[in-house]
Design a protein around this ligand. Structure first.
Ligand code: ATP
Length: 238
C-alpha cells in the first residue's frame, strides 16, 4: 500500500541538468512514496538515465532539489547507501568471475544474512556457488537485482530491469518488484519494455526532451496523445 504520511522517499523539484548547450532535464518534478512502483519512460535521449545519475550524485544539477526521505540527497556512494538508496545499472554490472554469492555479498560483507535473504528472494539460492559468468543472461540480471536487494534499500532505482528478458522472466520480475515495494521501500524504474511497465507500475512518468509530458496511472498514460506522439515522433494533421 502506498504510504503518504512520511515524506516521499524521493522528491525531485524543478530539476534541471544541462550538458553544454543541451538541456537534458528541464524543470522536472517527481515523487516516489513507500509502497509505490513508479516507471520513468520516454524515447531514447529523453533524460531518464540523466535523472538517475542526478539522484545518485553522478551528475550535478543546474537547478532544483533532490530529497531522499525528506533530507537533501547525499552525493557520495556510501552516503547514498546509508540513506537507503540502491541502484541497478543498465546491462548487468556483475563481476562474472566471482560466484553468485560473492557478487551479492560485495556490498554487505558485514551482513551475510542479508545476502542470503536476497539470494532467496531473487530465486538464486541453488546457484549461489556458481560463477556468475556461467549463468544464462536472465539469471545474471537477477544477480544484479539481488545485490541491490541485499542492502535492504528504502529507495530502489532499477535501470532497465526487464531488458533482454523473455515473458516468463518478466513475469517473475514483476512479482519480485511488487513484493519489494512495501511500507518502507519505494521503487523507481527506467524501462523501454512498455508492457512490463504497464503491468508493474502504480504510476508512470513520461519524459520527452528532458521534460515531463505526462504522469498518471499506466492506462491513462498509455492513451495520452502527447505520449503517443512522443513515441511515434509524428504529428497527425486532421
Ligand atoms: N555526459 C553527457 N554529456 C553530454 N551529453 C549527454 C551526457 N549524458 C547524456 N547526454 C545527453 O543528454 C540527453 C539525455 O540522455 P539520457 O542518457 O539521460 O537519455 P535516456 O532517456 O536515458 O536515453 P536512453 O533511453 O537511450 O538510455 C541525450 O541527448 C544525451 O545525448
Amino acid at each position: 500500500m502506498v504510504s503518504k504520511q512520511n515524506p516521499p522517499r524521493l522528491r525531485i523539484q524543478a530539476l534541471g541538468v544541462r550538458f553544454g548547450g543541451l538541456d537534458a532535464l528541464v524543470d522536472v518534478d517527481l515523487e516516489v512514496h513507500d509502497g509505490e512502483v513508479v516507471g520513468l519512460i520516454g524515447p531514447n535521449g529523453a533524460g531518464k538515465t540523466t535523472l538517475f545519475n542526478a539522484v545518485c550524485g553522478l551528475t550535478r544539477p543546474r537547478t532544483g532539489t533532490i530529497e531522499i526521505s525528506g533530507a537533501p540527497a547525499p552525493r557520495r556512494p556510501h552516503q547514498l547507501t546509508a540513506a537507503g538508496v540502491a541502484r541497478t545499472l543498465q546491462g548487468l554490472g556483475v563481476l562474472p568471475g566471482l560466484s553468485v554469492r560473492e557478487n551479492v555479498l560485495v556490498g554487505v560483507l558485514d551482513r551475510p544474512g542479508h545476502a542470503e535473504a536476497a539470494l532467496e528472494r531473487a530465486g538464486l539460492t541453488h546457484r549461489a556457488a556458481e560463477p556468475v559468468g556461467a549463468l544464462p543472461y536472465p539469471e545474471q540480471k537477477r544477480v544484479a537485482l539481488a545485490r541491490a536487494l541485499a542492502t535492504r534499500p528504502h529507495l530502489l532505482l532499477l535501470d532497465e530491469p526487464a531488458g533482454g528478458l523473455g515473458p516468463d522472466d518478466v513475469h517473475d520480475l514483476t512479482t519480485t518488484i511488487r513484493d519489494v515495494a512495501t511500507d518502507d521501500c519505494a521503487v523507481l524504474l527506467v524501462e523501454h519494455h512498455v508492457d512490463f511497465v504497464m503491468g508493474v507500475c502504480d504510476r508512470v512518468v513520461v519524459l520527452d526532451f528532458g521534460r515531463v509530458i505526462a504522469t498518471g496511472r499506466p492506462d491513462d498514460v498509455r492513451r495520452d496523445p502527447a505520449v503517443e506522439q512522443a513515441y511515434l515522433g509524428i504529428t497527425v494533421n486532421r
